[in-house]
Design a protein around this ligand. Structure first.
Ligand SMILES: Nc1nc2c(ncn2[C@@H]2O[C@H](COP(=O)(O)OP(=O)(O)O)[C@@H](O)[C@H]2O)c(=O)[nH]1
Ligand SMILES: [Mg+2]
Length: 317
């Protein structure tokens, strides 16, 4: 039975992985939960993510925004954040969420860090590629390689996805507040993504064990892209704090909803015969399926999906 579920975040330094993690955790622990699922963090995970969130709130209480990162000290190597998924107060499965140091994405074969990353990618069932949206839309080729490096992500994913195990890939776009204002700019963001990630999307579409979802989020909601400054060779992306807007995350719990629904479906499909029988006998399977369907219905339908859609369908059967 699959009772430990591994999810991993990939993306270079500064794209917003840790910020995403801490705001996501904060939103998730606030979700009122008629479906009966709960996400509980281990003590360390709770402390770290809670601290990061407090730090972020303090930064955003200032009238001007100074990008301070890393948000949490010591995202060196791979940090495992531990959670438990409870159903009606009882532990259903463990969730391990791996936050990585961005540099790992570029580690070379033969390097022990690279092997560790590869092992985690193989173990995972959900891979979250965090992408800097400002660079995606406004950056030139060099900046795109520096900050998002889609070609490197492709190289990393290719051997993993081809192994045939089921995978959910979430493309989570951060720093895209400026393009989520209307349909036209949303489309601009989507087109930039589809152009620069074409190789990865083609790969996903050619495999029936993989599904991808494009999820642009607002982790802060009040800090917006303004321009790119050049200091000689170096380019700097400039953001400003919008004085009229509040710190207000949007869609931040969506990646987790997609991830958890996917994990719970896999978990439910891989129960042992004995466990299935007991659950049927006690009428637990019906309640679980109903709750899962309800939980999955909280997923927003507005996101673009690539590859085998049936992998994320939740049906009451
Ligand atoms: N405007 C904006 N800035 C963000 C967003 N997410 C992260 N940042 C900023 O990007 C920087 C790097 O974030 P961090 O989470 O430490 O990146 P990591 O290296 O990928 O873990 C910080 O200054 C954050 O405040 C976002 O969605 N919008
Ligand atoms: Mg980090």
């Amino acid at each position: 039975m699959l009772n430990r579920f591994v999810m991993i975040m990939v993306g270079l330094d500064g794209v917003g992985k840790t910020t995403l993690l801490s705001t996501m955790y904060h939103e998730l622990s606030r979700i009122d939960n008629p479906a009966g699922f709960e996400v509980a963090a281990s003590e360390d995970t709770h402390r770290d993510l809670h601290d990061a969130y407090k730090k972020l709130s303090t930064i955003l209480a200032q009238p001007t925004f100074t990008p301070t990162w890393p948000l949490l000290k010591g995202t060196a190597g791979i940090v495992e954040r531990q959670f438990e998924i409870l159903f009606k107060g009882k532990k259903e499965l463990e969730l391990v969420l791996c936050d990585i140091a961005g540099g790992l994405v570029r580690a070379k074969e033969g390097n022990p860090d690279f092997d560790e990353l590869k092992n985690k990618l193989e173990e995972a069932i959900v891979i979250m590629n965090v992408i800097d949206g400002s660079v995606l839309v406004e950056g030139d080729e060099l900046l795109s390689i520096q900050k998002n490096d889609p070609a490197q992500i492709y190289k990393l994913l290719l051997p993993i996805l081809r192994q045939g195990k089921n995978y959910l890939i979430l493309f989570v776009i951060t720093k895209c507040e400026a393009w989520l204002k209307n349909e036209k700019t949303r489309k601009q963001l989507e087109t930039a993504f589809e152009t620069q990630y074409e190789m990865i999307l083609k790969l996903i579409e050619g495999l029936d064990n993989v599904v991808g979802v494009l999820i642009p989020v607002k982790t802060m909601g009040c800090v917006e892209f303004t321009r790119i400054d050049s200091k000689g060779e170096e380019k700097e992306v400039i953001f400003v704090r919008k004085p009229n807007l509040r710190f207000k995350p949007v869609d931040i719990e969506q990646p987790q909803r997609y991830a958890l629904a996917f994990a719970l479906v896999q978990h439910n499909q891989h129960r042992s015969q004995w466990n299935k029988f007991m659950r049927w006998f006690w009428n637990e399977d019906v309640a679980f399926q109903k709750a899962l369907t309800e939980f999955a219905e909280g997923r927003s339908r507005s996101f673009k999906i690539y590859g085998n859609l049936s992998l994320i369908e939740v049906t009451e059967s």
